[in-house]
Design a protein around this ligand. Structure first.
Ligand SMILES: NC(=O)c1ccc[n+]([C@@H]2O[C@H](COP(=O)([O-])OP(=O)(O)OC[C@H]3O[C@@H](n4cnc5c(N)ncnc54)[C@H](O)[C@@H]3O)[C@@H](O)[C@H]2O)c1
Ligand SMILES: N[C@@H](CCO)C(=O)O
Length: 339
């Protein structure tokens, strides 16, 4: 393989981070793996930019910011979107970052299954299709002999899925507990440190590109519940689906409750617990100064193992380039495997 042709599906916070990251890391990948990364198509919800010779990243970002639609890109804009792009463009890897949909997993489910049926590898940051259809997707990837990588779907830049499966592969992972939503951690830590109001901090997290397309998914614990399902299936090897998770979010947490906890040496955090017996997301009191005492978009997870005892991982759980970091790692794993 001397070239890898990439389609980016979804051009919001994460999709824009991906094209920037590819531009930033392209030379290093060419130098170390001898593979030239080429973005041949990028699609948003209503249009796309396509060029088999490779798209210009600056032009994509400028057009999206000034005109709102990739279809307005001079010379390469098209009205093709979604599966039409997959049918009409020659590519090797789909990088899928459309909005998480917890009702039916679409459009990610259809896009992913289509890419598999075309014999293509897929990297995703999406959680909806994984939380609803994990087995179907895993089986389809195996049946088509393609790679399906989703490190970015849990914890953004924080290594967790690959970490558990590679760095801790000599261990059995027994349970995982931690903070797995950056938006709620950002909101709760700003409420604690600055007394900011809940609605103001939620608006800020949307501006920062860390909240979900529908931020209810963050504050009601839905996003963290999807992550619990993904970890249960992929790391614990315990089949689970979204309806198995007990979920409570932070929308009822008042500034008064946050202040009272603080006065008594505690913090309120949205905690996710994953074990063969428990799949649970809920706000809990944690001690100030403990490993849960992390601010901003930071996520953390403690993995309980049979040999290594407890191992804790920490990192930025959300953000445009931060999430792209995890997707780039998955892309490089695919390139190394196929090379
Ligand atoms: N923002 C983060 O920090 C972050 C981190 C990890 C994972 N994620 C996940 O990554 C995905 C993208 O998140 P985001 O923050 O970029 O969302 P976003 O709302 O900023 O962007 C989503 C993009 O997808 C486009 N889209 C919608 N339907 C489409 C379709 N059928 N075909 C092509 N494009 C379509 C939208 O137009 C938009 O450009 C979500 O699934 C989210 O859960 C986000
Ligand atoms: N909205 C998610 C993005 C990362 O999955 C969060 O805040 O954690």
């Amino acid at each position: 393989m001397d070239e890898c042709k990439i389609i980016v599906m979804g051009f919001g916070s994460v999709g824009q981070g991906i094209v920037k990251a590819i531009k930033m890391e392209k030379d290093k990948i060419l130098e170390t793996l001898g593979i030239n990364l080429k973005i041949v198509a990028v699609a948003d919800s209503c249009s796309s930019a396509i060029n088999p010779d490779g798209l210009n990243v600056e032009e994509l970002l400028k057009t999206k910011s000034e005109k709102g639609k990739l279809g307005q890109c001079p010379n390469c804009g098209t009205t093709n979107t979604d599966t039409d792009v997959l049918d009409n463009v020659d590519y090797d890897v789909l990088m899928e970052c459309t909005p998480t949909n917890i009702d039916d997993g679409e459009p990610a489910r259809t896009l992913t299954l289509k890419a598999f049926s075309q014999g293509k590898d897929v990297v995703t940051s999406n959680k909806g299709h994984l939380a609803l259809n994990y087995k179907e997707l895993d089986d389809a990837a195996k049946a088509n002999n393609v790679m399906f990588k989703f490190e970015a779907s849990v914890g953004g830049a924080m290594p967790i899925i690959n970490y558990a499966k590679d760095a801790l592969s000599g261990n059995q992972i027994i349970s995982i507990i931690g903070i797995l939503n950056g938006t709620t951690n950002y909101i709760l830590s700003r409420m604690t440190s600055e007394g900011s109001s809940y609605p103001d901090t939620l608006k800020e997290s949307q501006m920062l590109g860390i909240a979900e397309t529908n931020p209810t998914q963050d504050v009601e614990g839905i996003d963290a519940a999807c992550k619990a399902v993904i970890l249960s299936n992929s790391v614990l090897g315990q089949p689970a689906t979204y309806s198995d998770v007990e979920v409570e979010g932070i929308s009822n947490i008042t500034s008064e409750a946050v202040s009272l906890a603080k006065e008594n040496g505690y913090l309120i955090k949205l905690i996710t617990e994953v074990s063969p017996k428990t799949l649970k997301v809920s706000p809990r009191l944690v001690k100030q100064g403990s490993s849960y005492d992390l601010n901003g978009t930071l996520n953390m997870a403690t993995l309980k193992t049979d040999l290594a005892d407890e191992v804790t991982t920490v990192g930025k759980g959300a953000g445009s380039l931060e999430t792209a970091s995890a997707m780039m790692t998955d892309l490089i794993t695919i390139l190394r495997t196929k090379n």
